[in-house]
Write a protein that binds this ligand. Structure first.
Ligand code: NAD
Length: 329
């Protein structure tokens, strides 16, 4: 079996690849894993260092918008798991063009190549942000899409293209929409690694608005297990929400991170709210639970403690990234 993993050098994609190559997923025990990643600022070959010597890993540095290359990489592939994207909301507010180009055009390029090369399975990794913001209750998969940021709008577009390739051409696509991921190897611009690494460097942390925005937290390992269930047994053309079951306000999350690092509230700086900031995300995971037996397995307190420990123990991974991003001298 040959599985192409786009964005496999990023945070979630690299976790999926490390797990696939170390026996976590039975159906991929002998699979050849081909990572297709252009190594943007968010992509990092170091994320694959633990499995770099695996004879089952092939790394192709390339862009998902490159029609010829994508067709070549997908030829002979049995499945595609599509993670590659521009993924940071704040960057999409400063400049949306790259988000539209990579997330929309890149996804269409992959879908078209998958169709032409007759790939048997395609999992498109989307996000709960495509639903917009919800005050009460949780979104089922058939809720209308009402994205509010250029990032989520570009993801909604790619999500709809994936659906259209199933409806129009019968391409066997499944779509997953997950909540906020956390875990090791997450680029230090996202809230948990940013706050932890700031605090470890004695810097204050920027808390948006009143800190009351609510997010559902999902450990990256649970997310990747959910994706694998969908790859193995998801019904073509279907959408599956994947959630973690731990909803916290950003203020509550900040309190837990301060405690984990041994810092006080005077390390928190309230900053003006993000433009168009969604108030609350919450996915209903009934469908993936009943159809595919998914259940988040990592308790949040444990997962968060392990994650903070990982950042404490792996300065050599994040220090160069923070320097390059201008966060530290
Ligand atoms: P990330 O930013 O850490 O990684 C993205 C990867 O894609 C990087 O390795 C980058 O080099 C690669 N990439 C970007 N543009 C590319 C291009 N044009 N061609 C080839 N490769 C390219 O992202 P992540 O947090 O690992 O997210 C992975 C996927 O999951 C994304 O599709 C994202 O929208 C989705 N998602 C993430 C979260 C989260 O909490 N991180 C939540 C919901 C959904």
């Amino acid at each position: 079996m040959r599985v192409v993993v786009t964005g496999g050098a990023g945070f979630i994609g690299s976790h999926y690849v490390r797990q696939a190559l170390t026996g976590a997923y039975d159906s991929l025990a002998d699979a050849q894993i081909v990572v297709l990643d252009s190594l943007t600022y968010a992509g990092n070959e170091q994320n694959l260092a633990p499995v770099k010597d695996s004879p089952r890993l092939e790394f192709v540095r390339g862009d998902i918008r490159d029609v010829e290359l994508v067709r070549e990489v997908l030829r002979g592939a049995d499945a595609v798991v599509h993670f590659a994207a521009e993924s940071h909301v704040d960057r999409s507010i400063v400049g949306a063009a790259e988000f539209v180009s990579t997330n929309v055009l890149g996804t269409q390029t992959l879908l078209q190549a998958a169709l032409e090369t007759e790939v048997g399975r395609f999992v498109h990794v989307s996000t709960d942000e495509v639903y917009g913001s919800i005050e009460h209750g949780s979104w089922p998969e058939d809720h209308p899409l009402e994205p509010n940021s250029p990032y989520s709008a570009s993801k909604a577009s790619s999500d709809l293209l994936a659906r259209a390739y199933f409806r129009t051409h019968g391409l066997p696509v499944c779509i997953t929409r997950c909540s906020n991921n956390y875990g090791p190897y997450q680029y230090p611009e996202k809230v948990i690694p940013l706050f932890v690494t700031n605090l470890l460097n004695g810097k204050r942390v920027p808390l948006y608005g009143d800190g009351g925005n609510v997010r559902d937290w999902l450990h990256v390992d649970d997310h990747c297990r959910g994706i694998q269930l969908v790859l193995d047994r998801g019904r073509p053309g279907e959408i599956y929400n994947i959630g973690g079951g731990t909803e916290l306000t950003n203020k509550e999350l900040t309190g837990l991170l301060l405690e984990a690092v041994g810092a006080d509230w005077d390390m928190v700086e309230y900053v003006p709210d993000r433009k168009g900031h969604d108030r609350r995300y919450s996915v209903d995971i009934t469908k993936i639970s009943t159809e595919l037996g998914y259940r988040p397995a990592v308790p949040f307190t444990e997962g968060l403690a392990d994650t903070v420990r990982w950042y404490k123990d792996n300065r050599s991974w994040w220090e160069p990234l923070r320097k390059r991003a201008g966060l530290d001298e």
